[in-house]
Design a protein around this ligand. Structure first.
Ligand code: 2HA
Ligand code: ZN
Length: 274
């Protein structure tokens, strides 16, 4: 087995990708996942890296990610195939000294390039690493219920956050900072990456209207758990809406504040309804 594939971070990455497939978060080639490698992980894998592929411009710049290495899903590759053949569906790439171009050093052995959403991953990683080096993962998926919810909620961080916080008690505990909401945009480039970046300054979850969401986190357990929690709350909300009965609010602003006190949370007060 390849040294790269034996590494714990790679096994965790593959499990996360496969969990996403099994949870139906990834139709066809939908979604993408990136992991910012630790220096010791890069060292452990270096014997399998090659440095002869071309440098490709990102269209965005992240100076604070200069020379960093990332594991990224391939553009047009299917999450359901990652577990079967990781080396054909994933790559490891490094950024250059300016943080504006990348070079693939491992993987995509049957050809291809990194995810079309890699610019949004880079801008998100850039914001998050400035907040804490613990942030390692950006995960983009297309879950049914959170996408559905974007069609019936105002395009407003507060409206979407409350729709989720009010639907399941654990939500404000798991994402007390709330969620950001990006209006519909053409995916796959610098423009949507810059909108996502702005919201990643405040949130670990950024939802794209009629498309999906980006989650940021430290471990695969936490980032997958965040995706799963948001989607489950959206499913509850959509199921209640589908009855046609009014949504009877059980968790109000005071309830959210009381939870924040009990669990020592830094609840985003700007999003509360008085
Ligand atoms: O197909 O999810 O946003 C990959 C995507 C594009
Ligand atoms: Zn997408």
């Amino acid at each position: 087995m390849s040294i790269v594939l034996e590494q714990k971070f790679m096994q965790d990455y593959i499990r996360c990708a496969n969990d996403g497939w099994e949870w139906k978060f990834h139709e066809r080639n939908g979604g993408n996942l990136s992991y910012r490698m630790r220096a010791e992980e890069v060292e452990a894998c270096k014997s399998e890296f090659t440095y002869d592929q071309e440098w490709v411009s990102l269209g965005v710049t992240a100076e604070n990610l200069a020379n960093e290495y990332f594991v990224v899903t391939g553009s047009g590759k299917f999450f359901r195939n990652v577990i079967l053949n990781p080396a054909a569906n994933l790559c490891i790439l490094r950024l250059n000294e300016k943080g504006d171009s990348y070079q693939v050093v491992w993987g995509l052995v049957e050809g291809g390039k990194p995810s079309s959403e890699f610019p949004s991953h880079v801008t998100s990683h850039s914001v998050k690493v400035a907040q804490s080096d613990d942030y390692r993962i950006i995960y983009h998926a297309h879950p049914v219920n959170i996408i559905s919810l974007t069609f019936v909620t105002e395009i407003d961080d507060k409206a979407l956050t409350l729709a989720l916080w009010e639907s399941m008690t654990e939500c404000s505990v798991i994402f007390p900072e709330g969620v950001g909401f990006v209006r519909w945009m053409v995916p796959g480039g610098a423009e949507v990456a810059l909108e996502t970046k702005k919201l990643m300054e405040k949130y670990n979850v950024v939802v794209w209207e009629a498309h999906g969401l980006f989650c940021a986190g430290d471990t695969f357990d936490n980032v997958f758990g965040l995706m799963h929690t948001v989607e489950k709350a959206a499913e509850i909300r959509m199921k209640v809406l589908a009855t046609g009965l009014p949504f009877r609010r059980a968790i109000d602003a005071q309830g959210l504040r009381d939870c924040a006190v009990r669990y020592s949370l830094n609840l985003n007060e700007d999003l509360l309804d008085e």
